[in-house]
Ligand binder design. Sequence first.
Ligand SMILES: [Zn+2]
Ligand SMILES: [Zn+2]
Length: 274
Amino acid sequence: MLKLLKVGHCFHPEAMVMKGHSWQSMQFPAIVGLIKHPQKGYVLFDTGYAKRFKQETERFPERFYRWLTPFHICEKESLVYQLSQLNIGADEINAIFISHFHADHISGLLDFPSASFICSKVALDTFISLGRIKGLIKGYLPKLLPSDFVKRCSFIEDTKKIIIRNKYAPFSAGYDVFSDGGFIAIPLPGHAVGQFGLLLESSGKSCFLIGDACWTREAYQEGVRPNILTYAIMDNGKQYLETLDKLSQVYLSNKKIQIIPSHCQLSFESFKSG
Ligand SMILES: [Zn+2]
Ligand SMILES: [Zn+2]
């Protein structure tokens, strides 16, 4: 089972995300995946925004982050509240898969004291090694990480590498995170160091949660590219475009696969759970 939750949203000029569009500010949801795994129980894909993002960006230089990407989250949109409405306690979340360490994906980690974390080793090493200022430039806020994070985390790269089915070509390999073939981490380089997406397969349905490999579905469906200014904050612009091209090929060859970018309102609205 996969359910999508909108956990806050940010504002961005449309033209930054979609080259040639208007410079009007547009809302982008922060989408979290809630997965009920048959053996592992409740697992989250990212955590979206949380109020502590605001606290952690009160001071300078962190305040620049909030200026560049203004955001909004109200109590009813908070992840813990939305889970409570589904009768799921925060302590019932057993694991959190982290696509990458940008603050809009990890702001809620501290709300889940019982969860273990699944992330990329190279992503975590980069996050830790950059420090406060260099990390901030890359969109990282170290204080969002629980102090016992390292003790509670396991690395995607340490799980079994597998060849994935032809229907996902040109993606060819992934990591079988729970050793059941239904929860597969796929490298999506370019946007941030060590970014991974998650391919979920159950009852013949396939969902591909792709984090920030692109911001809207127009990118892989219609070839809409971001503004050149956004390449300055990417880890690797060339890899970003290669990843996007692969996603377009998956989309064109099999439209039944639901590809879900973390900030795409249309994908959120049209998602069919299952
Ligand atoms: Zn990101
Ligand atoms: Zn993001």
